[in-house]
Design a protein around this ligand. Structure first.
Ligand code: NDP
Ligand code: 2IT
Length: 453
């Protein structure tokens, strides 16, 4: 069996053993297909059954979360923590609270996290967790009681050298506070068991901004390699959460114009540039719909989701030079890719995890659009999470400037590693292949060193 047939065989096994886990299968297919040139050259990964091992989580925890809503009714949700791979360090990765969370979603995110974390060149393994809990429309007390109930089980499985969760969709500073508080109550230990903590109680300066800022730094490194720069570019950004807000903030400071943002109900188009202050007031403070943005800025347009034809998203139909999908998986489809190409888009830089569908990626690349894969471009968040762990372990606090300088350097190093690896394997500039091979190689080499465990 040659390397291609071998990876296909493993993917067939995954299909068989993980039925219905479409997103997990999609993520595994992308990674394994791009490993073929490495597997052709290096036989040791096959000899040590690395593919067969790395595709299986080391441990999967699924638990019931029982909590009481404001009316006194008992509510139930499912909680997950997938401890995927600890070859490079403690499991590290966020928690997602969203009604669409299933085991397949958590496994796709945890699997991606192995390679993303490896690319940072820091000591962190891969994991992910979450719940199908829907934070929308819940009171602050309900969010607190849910987080406490979630931690009542999760606390047994995490620890600062074992597994360190953080935020993701639906989990931000507020939830991290409640989760940390309950862990502290249950264990009587004040330790860095989650990242994204408040600055006053063990958090790191720059963590909140890190994913968005890092994504913009990555885009700049990528453009620079092709003799372009962000300055003066019109950028379409999707999402209006943590990643999108700080992407937009940094784009302004780099001299680019972020012209869109979106939430689950619609898109804002503001040709003169999204006002970050308004965006933060609506989304970070008020937790309201983006519709309000257009009321406050009459020169901006609100396009409700249902107004756009099937299979595409309004955000990607607005002419832009660079696209920053920063909301959720599979949000940029083939319809969108065609619009972006027609409108002369030069780079798609993934801020979210797996936001671009496989056929859209192929179409973009075939039409000469540069592509930054999420596991490289959005690694700034987890990288600064690791810096938060380092500060906690040494009981130090670094300045914002110190963290930001390190983040900039880490994003450059991730870009260079992915780029050089793509060159090494004969497809210069294919950062999907470069990032997957470089991340895989680091985790896989550690697994080989550690024997059959
Ligand atoms: P947030 O919850 O802060 O924001 C998510 C945004 O995306 C919201 O505006 C939300 O809309 C929108 N959104 C979420 N799900 C959907 C959906 N199914 N359809 C349409 N819109 C949706 O999450 P983050 O900003 O933290 O995460 C965004 C992406 O970035 C995710 O893919 C996440 O995995 C990834 N990521 C996050 C990192 C982090 O540090 N936070 C690090 C690396 C990657 P609404 O406001 O209506 O809910
Ligand atoms: O997808 C991601 O990298 C995150 N949600 C951040 C993970 C982390 O541990 O900071």
């Amino acid at each position: 069996m040659n390397a291609k047939e071998y990876t296909r065989e493993i993917l067939r096994l995954i299909r068989q053993t993980s039925p219905g886990q479409e997103e997990f299968y999609q993520a595994a297919t992308e990674v394994f297909e791009s490993l073929v040139p490495l597997l052709e050259e290096e036989h040791r990964y096959r000899e040590h059954s690395i593919l067969e091992r790395i595709i299986l989580p080391e441990r999967t925890i699924i638990f019931r979360v029982t909590w009481m809503d404001d009316s006194g009714k008992i509510q139930t949700n499912l909680g997950y923590r997938v401890q995927f791979n600890s070859a490079l360090g403690p499991y590290k990765g966020g928690l997602r609270f969203h009604p669409t969370v299933t085991l397949g979603i958590v496994k796709f995110l945890g699997f991606e996290q192995i390679f993303k974390n490896a690319l940072t060149n820091l000591q962190i393994g891969g994991g992910k967790g979450g719940s199908n809990f829907d934070p929308k429309g819940k009171s602050d007390s309900e969010i607190m009681r849910f987080c406490q109930a979630f931690m009542n089980e999760l606390h047994r499985h995490i620890g600062h050298t074992r597994d360190v969760p953080a935020g993701d969709i639906g989990v931000g500073a507020r939830e991290i506070g409640y989760l940390f508080g309950q862990y502290k109550l249950l264990t009587a230990n004040f330790e860095g068991i989650v990242t994204g903590k408040g600055i006053g109680w063990g958090g790191s300066f720059g963590r909140k901004e890190a994913t968005g800022y890092g994504s913009v730094y990555f885009a700049e490194h990528h453009l620079n390699r092709h003799d372009m720069e962000l300055k003066g570019k019109r950028c379409a950004v999707s999402g209006a959460g943590n990643v999108a807000i700080y992407t937009i903030e940094k784009l302004h400071s780099m001299g680019a114009t972020p012209i869109t943002c979106s939430d689950s109900r619609g898109t804002i188009h503001h040709p003169k540039g999204i006002d970050v202050k308004t965006l933060k007031a609506i989304k970070e403070v008020g937790r309201e719909s983006l519709e309000k943005y257009a009321q406050l800025h009459p020169d901006a347009t609100y396009i409700p989701l249902h107004k756009y034809p099937e299979g595409g998203h309004a955000t990607w139909s607005i002419p832009c030079d660079i696209a920053f999908p920063s909301a959720t998986q599979n949000e940029l489809t083939i319809v969108d890719a065609k619009n972006l190409v027609n409108n002369g888009c030069k780079l798609v830089n993934e801020g979210a995890n797996m936001p671009t569908t496989p056929d859209a990626i192929d179409y973009l690349r075939e039409h000469g659009v540069l592509f930054s894969p999420g596991k490289a471009a959005n690694a700034g968040g987890v990288a600064v999470s690791q810096l938060e762990m380092a500060q906690n372990a040494s009981m130090q606090r670094w300045s914002f400037a110190e963290v930001d300088t390190r983040l900039f350097g880490i994003m450059k190093s991730i870009f260079d590693t992915a780029y050089e690896t793509s060159k090494e394997f004969g497809d210069e500039g294919n950062l999907i292949m470069g990032a997957n091979i470089a991340g895989f190689r680091r985790a896989a080499d550690a697994m080989i060193d550690m024997g059959a465990v």
